[in-house]
Design a binder for this molecule. Structure first.
Ligand SMILES: [Zn+2]
Length: 237
């Protein structure tokens, strides 16, 4: 590409314009999008925990129901013993009833402890993945983050359009064939032109050999050199 030396910096400007567009095109670099992704991941993790919790909760619920039935039966047995003690005068019958009353009381106490433990476990398992209030809070955060991202996306889109217009304006200052060469090189290496100040090409990040360097130096000043490895235009100082 023939280009007067003092105009060669234009190629670096064009490469910068391409970089700016790439940055504006990548949604993952947006803070609003990152925040939204984080919240969506959190919701997924919570719903996974809730799924595990609901299996455990099913088991605990059946345990609670069984203990409640047992307790109801034990209380009936207690009342029956109390009635026997009130109505019977037979010493043997009274002795048996008294004995059974004591053991029923012990069993009731034991069952009440077990029931309390099972109820606490059930409650904890139902809470896994967050309470309803926490879920609502997360949903609200996600909705807000989506709105922020939508706004930011609109801004990014309009900035990108500006950046694209700026790039086309720069490319239009060059002969059409040169502009096409830059576009083609951009597609190949993702960078059409770099400043060449050391022995490394920052298009391909290769350290060039002394022979390659010397060939680049021999390119006439009003011609833009290219990297022998990747073809990137090398703008010399
Ligand atoms: Zn290169």
């Amino acid at each position: 590409m023939q280009l007067p030396r003092h105009q060669q910096r234009l190629l670096i400007e064009i490469a910068s314009a391409y970089t700016a567009i790439a940055r504006l095109t990548d949604p993952e670099s947006s803070p609003a999008k990152q925040e939204l992704n984080k919240l969506i991941a959190e919701r997924a993790a919570r719903s996974e925990a809730a799924a595990g919790g609901s299996l455990d909760a099913e088991f605990s619920a059946s345990q609670v129901a069984r203990l409640e039935t047992d307790l109801m039966n034990l209380r009936r047995r207690l009342q029956a013993n109390e009635r026997t003690l009130q109505s019977s005068t037979d010493e043997r019958v009274r002795k048996d009833a008294h004995h059974d009353l004591q053991s029923t009381k012990r069993l009731i106490a034991e069952h009440q402890d077990k029931l309390q433990t099972a109820q606490a476990a059930l409650e904890a398992q139902q809470q896994q993945g967050g309470s309803a209030a926490e879920k609502a809070e997360l949903a609200a955060k996600i909705a807000a983050a989506k709105t922020r991202w939508k706004e930011e996306k609109q801004q990014l889109d309009s900035k990108r359009q500006e950046a694209e217009a700026h790039l086309e304006g720069l490319l239009d200052t060059l002969p059409a064939q040169d502009a096409d060469e830059l576009r083609a090189q951009q597609k190949v290496t993702g960078v059409c032109a770099v400043a060449f100040t050391t022995r490394t090409c920052f298009g391909c990040h290769m350290l060039l050999s002394p022979a390659e360097i010397s060939a680049i130096k021999q390119v006439p000043a009003d011609e833009v050199a290219r990297c022998p490895q990747c073809g990137t235009f090398l703008v010399r100082d």
